[in-house]
Design a binder for this molecule. Structure first.
Ligand code: ATP
Length: 610
């Protein structure tokens, strides 16, 4: 008889699901396994199961400390758990190349040895009585993460060794993989949302409701818990909450002022598109939190902005959005986005703060004094923003005009770019111009500076593979296989190979960045006809500029959309910069790329007037 309480789940169930998923390439099968696992999971641990599937202990913004377990410590814990030497673990690791499999094998050997000898080790006596549960695994890993300061290495070691000693071989494998940050069974958030809808949604509309809730409260574990405990209807009532980031609303891209104005419904609010870092600012009394575009807590990087918020935001409780931009404080001139990178440094932030001064240009209000503004039209939100903020020179509203005239829009665009902005954002102001969290739609359209090339805009692509260079670049990864995101299948589809645009410095950084992401086989979320020298876990995003979009038989992006058997690629692609502010799912999508292609075709047919 199992001693597991009704409200917990054996960790073995999770490990077995991971194992089955690993050998699968079809997404439908993957979904089935995931749905089965979620259905089996009791409400009390559904959030934990979802986090473990995501390979983390909670959402990024929760600031849960890193596990702080390096390879050496992990090897030590494995040796301790299975009463073997560290050198044995190390040797096996070198042979097998995967520490998870090493743990699995050693656990197996140890178990058979114990059984043979009939030693009544407590850990094994308990195999039936004390099986690992999701709660125990999760809670122990949390304790490992929170063990900090003097003596914490020892604490971490003992906690891990204890956990592994009680784990079945398969469980040990995935615990070790989790600790290494390598739960790579190929599941993105979009797939978890699909699976939750199937398992607990009850109807076809459920997927949208669940997704909307997740967009407003970016914590997938918490959304799963609410869904299971209170049902899909309860998710409809979710409103913004201070301290929990809202997934940002995003813009489509446009080229022709007249066409853009038509798309947004005539008259529009046109604002400068500043080239900085997006900031979602939450204020509750004196407490201020700043979330980045990818919803990480970046408050630490901007103590000056925190002060500005305290001084200038009159509301007691508010969530507002703006762009943080590096400036020259003497002239208030805008500086390029790269300047802000210095702020990423961990130490000396107060010195860097003086060296790289910033200003904030606000453009939206999502919540104010208890009121959810996301379902209000833009001009109502803008008015609330104006009321909530007492502006100062370095903390003010984005420069803007309201217009329905393409010429006026064009002139404003020229003024914006002349003053150092990237272009303009054209935003719908009709009755339904809501803040649609997490969605890229035609309510906001960006019009950016022309890069003096045929391609309308740069694209953001994900590194999914790499090739070694020759000659001077011999032995170094020097060209990259890049992919666009397809949200429908939650996969990354290749678009081009990029080999130019890297400075020597950039190339060095690239080695460091990519090495830990190298994997033996193609990642299950990657769709490619090209075989690179090494496969890379899709995590890193780069901005790419090219001469034009072309049909290509080699690449899988937009495959068959324009012509059977043929995809779309970029001619003469060139690296522009890394985009650490973007998650792989924020990359340019297949649909967007296709739209760019169609626009390019049209452009060839009818010459532009502007
Ligand atoms: P890009 O790749 O062009 O920088 P993106 O993919 O990060 O854009 P988009 O939705 O395409 O996101 O463009 C909106 C981004 O522009 C926002 O994320 C924000 O950081 C920035 N931005 C600057 N000024 C504004 C503004 N006035 N209104 C909205 N967003 C603005």
């Amino acid at each position: 008889m199992s001693s597991i309480r009704e409200e917990d789940l054996r960790f073995r169930e999770v490990a077995e699901a991971f194992k089955s998923m690993e050998s699968i390439t079809a997404r439908t099968q993957l979904m089935l396994i995931l749905v089965r696992l979620l259905k089996k999971t009791p409400p009390s641990v559904i959030d934990k199961v979802v986090y473990i599937i995501q390979g983390k202990l909670g959402p990024e913004w929760k600031d849960i400390p890193e596990l702080g377990v390096g390879e050496k410590l992990l090897e030590k814990a494995i040796a301790m758990a299975y009463k073997t030497s560290e050198s044995t673990v190390d040797r096996l690791y070198k042979q097998i190349g995967d520490l998870g499999t090493v743990a699995e094998r050693l656990a197996n050997q140890y178990r058979s040895m114990v059984k043979q000898k009939g030693i009544g080790l407590l850990a094994f006596m308990g195999e039936e009585e004390r099986p690992l549960t999701v709660a125990r695994v999760y809670d122990t890993l949390m304790r490992v993460a929170y063990a900090q300061g003097e003596g914490s290495r020892d604490v971490k070691l003992k906690l891990l060794a204890g956990l592994l000693a009680d784990a079945e071989p398969l469980e040990a494998k995935y615990i070790v993989r989790f600790i290494e940050g390598r739960i790579r069974v190929g599941i993105g958030d979009a797939t978890v949302l699909d699976a939750l809808a199937v398992a607990y949604g009850g109807s076809a509309q459920a997927r949208n409701i669940i997704e909307r809730a997740y967009n407003l409260r970016a914590d997938l574990g918490e959304i799963a818990r609410l869904l299971v405990l209170e049902g899909v209807e309860s998710l409809k009532k979710i409103t913004p909450t201070i301290g929990i980031p809202i997934r940002p609303m995003l813009a489509e891209r446009g080229r022709d002022p007249g066409e853009i104005l038509r798309k947004v419904g005539g008259k529009a609010l046109v604002e400068y598109k500043y080239d900085g870092e997006r900031a979602q600012i939450h204020k509750d009394g004196n407490r201020v939190i700043i979330f980045s575009r990818r919803l990480e807590d970046i408050t630490r990087m901007y103590p000056d902005v925190v002060e500005m918020v305290r001084r200038s935001v009159k509301s007691n409780a508010a969530i507002i959005e703006g762009e943080i931009v590096a400036i020259d404080p003497e002239t208030m001139e805008l500086k390029p986005f790269q300047e802000l990178m210095h702020r990423k440094r961990k130490h000396d932030i107060h010195r860097i703060m003086r060296e790289v001064p910033v200003a904030v240009f606000l453009f939206d209000a999502l919540y104010n004094e208890g009121e959810d503004l996301t379902s209000k039209p833009l001009l109502v939100r803008r008015e609330a923003l104006e009321k909530a903020v007492e502006t100062q020179e370095t903390f003010k509203l984005a420069d803007s005009i309201v217009t329905g005239d393409p010429d006026e829009l064009w002139k404003f665009f020229l003024k914006a770019t002349e003053e150092g902005a990237e272009g303009v954002m054209v935003k719908a102001i009709h009755d339904k111009s809501y803040y649609v969290a997490g969605v890229r739609g035609w309510l906001w359209v960006k019009l950016k500076k022309d890069y003096k090339s045929e391609m309308i805009d740069t694209v953001d692509l994900v590194v999914v593979g790499a090739f070694y260079g020759r000659g001077k670049r011999g032995g170094k990864l020097s060209s990259l296989l890049m992919a666009a995101y397809d949200p429908k299948t939650d996969t990354f589809k290749t678009v081009c190979k990029v080999a130019t645009g890297f400075t020597d410095e950039e190339l060095e950084r690239m080695q460091e960045m990519l090495k830990p992401l190298i994997i033996k086989n193609k990642h299950p979320r990657v769709d490619s006809r090209i075989e690179p020298d090494v496969w890379i876990t899709p995590e890193v995003v780069a901005e790419i500029l090219g001469a034009e979009l072309t049909l290509s038989p080699l690449h899988t992006c937009c495959l068959g959309m324009q012509r059977p058997g043929v995809g779309i690629s970029i001619r003469f692609p060139r690296f522009v910069r890394w985009r650490p502010d973007k998650r792989p799912e924020d990359a340019t999508t297949q649909e967007e790329l296709y739209e760019m292609y169609i626009k390019q075709l049209k452009k060839l047919e009818e010459p532009q007037t502007v």
